[in-house]
Design a protein around this ligand. Structure first.
Ligand SMILES: [Zn+2]
Length: 251
């Protein structure tokens, strides 16, 4: 593997994270750091697509659900229900259809995975965490180790206290559940077929074994900070034909 994942990304980055920007703005504008962070967390979560299963959504009264869904925009699963309908926010109930994997299956069967554009793939994978807040994005960044540019971050880091349930992003088969030699620590890989795989890294423990079939939303592991990691978080990867791609193009 030519590029090793480095998750010691707690230091300097090329740009301030959105969280930091909003927090700074809030501090400067007198809103206060604490409120700013809460504000930023909300904005961030909406930006990356707060899953409808999150506690925030679950506690919404039915009257508020529509606006909440509208705010979060395109990354939301399509939920069709009358405004007055009582919406059950259990994981299965927010699926687009009877088969929660339907949209993904349809996409993968319609064209080769390598030719799929972001516009079609966004929203086809489910959130690997109940609450999805980015800690460090996919792609090139300043190396947290050397300070040099050109450090390639192979996945998306999400905020997760150690021991947080990590969910399969789609139905698939577990092809790896063990120690990753190149920094991933305890890692689970799920093969969704047609060249699409997801990986879950720095885990504290496994809930699955190699060869096991998992259903979208199943808890495959608990998050941790094993491997090249400086703190509890989930490093989540999406691979297309063996190459990592931006997970936010699929969530
Ligand atoms: Zn990472």
């Amino acid at each position: 593997m030519e590029v090793r994942p480095r998750d010691t990304e707690r230091q300097v980055r090329r740009r301030k994270s959105p969280l930091r920007q909003v927090a700074d703005f809030a501090a400067a504008s007198g809103v206060g750091q604490k409120a700013g962070v809460a504000l930023a967390a909300t904005g961030l979560a909406l930006t990356v697509g707060l899953p409808a299963t999150s506690p925030v959504m679950a506690t919404s009264e039915s009257g508020q659900t529509e606006s909440a869904l509208a705010v979060s925009g395109g990354s939301q699963p399509e939920v069709s229900a009358a405004a007055s309908a009582k919406i059950d926010f259990s994981r299965a109930a927010v699926a687009t259809a009877a088969d929660p994997d339907g949209k993904l299956k349809q996409l993968l069967s319609a064209q080769s995975v390598g030719s799929i554009q972001r516009a079609s793939s966004v929203g086809t994978l489910a959130s690997p965490l109940d609450s999805l807040v980015t800690a460090s994005p996919f792609g090139y960044r300043v190396s947290p180790l050397t300070g040099g540019t050109g450090d390639f971050h192979r996945g998306q880091d999400f905020v997760a206290q150690c021991g947080t349930a990590v969910h399969a992003a789609a139905t698939g088969k577990v092809t790896f559940a063990g120690w990753h030699e190149y920094g991933g620590g305890n890692r689970v890989v799920v093969d969704h077929g047609n060249g699409l795989e997801t990986t879950y890294n720095h885990l504290s423990s496994f809930n699955v074994k190699v060869g096991q079939t998992v259903t979208r939303g199943d808890t495959v592991a608990l998050s941790g900070t094993t491997g090249a990691s400086t703190g509890c978080h989930l490093h989540f990867e999406v691979q297309v034909n063996g190459e990592v791609v931006d997970p936010m193009g699929w969530l």
